[in-house]
Design a binder for this molecule. Sequence first.
Ligand SMILES: *[C@@H]1O[C@H](CO)[C@@H](O)[C@H](O)[C@H]1NC(C)=O
Ligand SMILES: *[C@@H]1O[C@H](CO)[C@@H](O)[C@H](O)[C@H]1NC(C)=O
Ligand SMILES: *[C@@H]1O[C@H](CO)[C@@H](O)[C@H](O)[C@H]1NC(C)=O
Ligand SMILES: *[C@@H]1O[C@H](CO)[C@@H](O)[C@H](O)[C@H]1NC(C)=O
Length: 452
Amino acid sequence: MKHHPPPPPPFSIKKLITWALYALIPLLLFHLYFHPLPLQQQQQPQQQQQQQKKSISVISSQEVVKKTTGIISRSCNYTDGRWVLDNQQGPIYNGTSCSTIKDGQNCMAHGRPDTGYLHWRWQPRGCKLPRFNPSAFLNLIKNKHLVFVGDSMARNQLESLLCLLSTVSTPELVYRDGEENKFRRWSFHEYKANVSVFWSPFLVKGVEKSAALGLKNHNKLYVDVADERWASELHGFDIIVFSIGHWFLHPAIYFEGQEERVLGCHHCREDGFNHSEIGFFDVFRKAVKTTLHEVVERKAMDDGDDHHQLVVVTTFSPAHFEGEWDKAGACPKKEPYKEGERAMEYMDVEMRRIEVEEVEAAKKELLLLQEKKKEKKMVEIEALDVTRMAWMRGDGHPGPYMHAFPFANGVVQERVQNDCVHWCLPGPIDTWNQILMQMLKTWNGRDQQQPL
Ligand SMILES: *[C@@H]1O[C@H](CO)[C@@H](O)[C@H](O)[C@H]1NC(C)=O
Ligand SMILES: *[C@@H]1O[C@H](CO)[C@@H](O)[C@H](O)[C@H]1NC(C)=O
Ligand SMILES: *[C@@H]1O[C@H](CO)[C@@H](O)[C@H](O)[C@H]1NC(C)=O
Ligand SMILES: *[C@@H]1O[C@H](CO)[C@@H](O)[C@H](O)[C@H]1NC(C)=O
């Protein structure tokens, strides 16, 4: 049984259909709901002017936001910007220098011939994003436990970080559990720092589709119960990065409440279930809400625990399938979209919006709780808002290079499996960790200088 939506497992009719469906759902949504987004529909000539105006207003609104809360707003807002070609400095690691890259994402070692995708730097509006500094990052997590929780995108971000950090210090794998090592921990002994990954594709309690459990096609989700596997270990985490999304597109049945009432389902009626179709957006929102509430609640209840936590939600990372997933050239781009070249799809916009809104809601909940308990702030919650920068990077996926040398001997097959969801390592996802580093810096500074 394979768990990651996109690298599709070996061919079988049933799986083929599942994967075709996976590729179709976003397309379907696109056609049903898509309205051009004002955000990106500007005409070329107006664009520059508007950009100038925007960057001015960004700076002034940052001054205002500074007074309230927020890690990103206090220094720089990395959300909006553009990818600029930077041939001076390439990635700090490569497919042979880093031993922990998952095979399917090791594009270099798998023979991807073009290297242009390695030379783009994220240029945020109105500020600069410093280059990743591995030893500085390790110092920031000294005596700390940094944990990635979520699906294979969480794992992709973790593996990017391991590669970045292992350029200065070799991590030792100190714990592993679960098929495909879904639960792992590494120690950077020199820095007394630990980095872990927890598999939890819904963050809430869920049963993944499994023939053994009589769930051939459907996941089961309990939308108001956090997944105990990570939640029970929260007290041992200093920095938590949540990253989920793609698993919510799959057929599922949703439950809620102590009596486990059926809330509805997604794509279950075709299989003879008589639950109402409720889509996945509301369920996704509930799952994120449940998760962040769990973090705040457990922290508030744990009186003996006075270490400060940072909670980061990496926002939805769009897929880039153009047509069928197993057609050669399913994500053929060789460079990023230019600003305004193409609008984000409805689903990507919504998934991001839900996460950003739920982060804001959780911050408010936290603030109220603090006022009530007259305590200093023990948790910081922030969105690592990568959706837009990720959307522009259709060139950064393994595509057919999820397998080694797919076109060996000059043979170009018509059908080839493609991964247009995860990111090549090195690749665009290294930038997520570059931003994470800036968040850690601000968080650390706040911790020492101004206890609230
Ligand atoms: C950062 O910029 C994005 C996009 O312009 C905006 O939605 C968001 O509210 C900003 N964040 C902060 C904390 O100002
Ligand atoms: C990968 O990095 C190592 C170590 O920095 C270097 O020796 C090697 O030449 C690099 N390989 C490629 C293909 O860039
Ligand atoms: C890191 O993991 C090691 C080995 O499991 C453990 O002994 C140590 O206490 C952990 N340190 C932190 C800061 O979590
Ligand atoms: C399906 O549900 C509807 C509404 O809840 C109900 O009226 C109908 O009888 C149900 N059909 C079956 C076959 O159970």
